[in-house]
Write a protein that binds this ligand. Structure first.
Ligand SMILES: [Zn+2]
Ligand SMILES: [Zn+2]
Length: 332
């Protein structure tokens, strides 16, 4: 094989080694859910009730965007409280047996509640102000009446949600990587890294400036650039809540959680793995040097565990290989 081909082959084999098809299921489910929703009477009824108000363009856009906030809030409390209860009671077993850092204690209930409360008094106000005065006015200004008065086609649902997600990933990677420069880390990002063993609501435990720069920009810029249909907006903001909660929740349940292993590692190692998914880190060479070996080990141990459970063998917890051989130093 020619050298160029062989290095290209090496590139792709390294790329695929970091992928887990099951991690694509949650986003695909949101995409499928968005398409199915807009093919249903449920969507038609919601849209027709809004259209019947006969509002001018900007007022109609505002009424539709308000539903986004409501969707996001239900998810915020529903998701984080559910994970707080799972952590506190260590049940049900089908979830807690997937704990990634399985030698670490789960967070006590009050710690999860403290992070949820912090989100209520800090993240929600900061994001509400940013969305009200920056993102929503730009989106309302740019969206046409024709789009507001239509139910999106399958192609429109897919293209808009995928474009939002790609931009979201690019901006998150850029902002998060810059947060790991010395000054920004000390002044802003250090607070988010207080939790070396992350849990769902710790995703929102961050300095207000980080909430603004990270969450505000990574959710807001794609919306202002893509100008999605309101129903795409509802699913996109909901997906962002789910992606952040599952990336931090500490349980990797294949098919239900996205980017858990990759971001969990970032919280342990303090550098590298800056994206939510490994794609951009792989391209820009910022995958943590110990992550590929840990991932290969984790997968092997997980398949052994599944085989042991199928054979009704010992259910004893396997030791996390990272705990055994850690020499990554905390760099603050
Ligand atoms: Zn970080
Ligand atoms: Zn995090």
């Amino acid at each position: 094989m020619a050298p160029a081909m062989s290095s290209l082959g090496g590139f792709w084999s390294g790329f695929w080694a970091l992928q887990d098809a099951a991690e694509w299921i949650p986003f695909s489910a949101f995409l499928g859910g968005l398409v199915a929703f807009n093919r249903s009477d449920w969507s038609r009824n919601i849209h027709e009730s809004l259209w019947s108000l006969s509002l001018p363009r900007e007022k109609l856009a505002e009424a539709m965007a308000t539903r986004t906030g409501a969707f996001g809030l239900y998810l915020y409390f529903g998701l984080y409280l559910s994970f707080a209860i799972i952590d506190a009671f260590q049940a049900p077993q089908w979830i807690v047996r997937h704990k990634v850092q399985n030698t670490k204690q789960p967070p006590p209930f009050r710690k999860s509640l403290r992070a949820i409360f912090w989100g209520m008094v800090e993240s929600i106000p900061v994001l509400t102000i940013f969305n009200t005065f920056v993102v929503n006015p730009v989106w309302r200004q740019r969206i046409g009446m024709e789009k507001l008065m239509s139910i999106p086609s399958t192609w429109q649902c897919v293209s808009e949600l995928v474009a939002l997600q790609i931009l979201n990933e690019l901006i998150f990677y850029t902002v998060h990587r810059s947060m790991h420069t010395k000054l920004l880390y000390k002044l802003v990002h250090k607070m988010h890294h207080e939790n070396i063993t992350p849990f769902a609501s710790s995703g929102n435990y961050a300095h207000p400036l980080e909430t603004l720069l990270s969450t505000g920009l990574i959710v807001g810029i794609p919306i202002m650039l893509v100008v999605p249909h309101p129903s795409v907006l509802w699913f996109y903001t909901s997906w962002r809540n789910v992606e952040s909660a599952t990336a931090h929740c500490g349980y990797y349940i294949p098919g239900l959680c996205a980017n858990t292993l990759f971001h969990d590692w970032h919280h342990r190692a303090f550098d590298g793995n800056y994206g939510f998914s490994p794609n951009l880190d792989y391209i820009f060479g910022t995958i943590h040097p110990k992550y590929p070996a840990w991932l290969a080990n984790y997968r092997q141990e997980r398949s052994q565990k599944v085989a042991a459970e199928e054979n009704h063998d010992s259910m004893a917890d396997l030791v996390d290989p990272y705990e055994e051989s850690t020499d990554v130093k905390r760099e603050i």
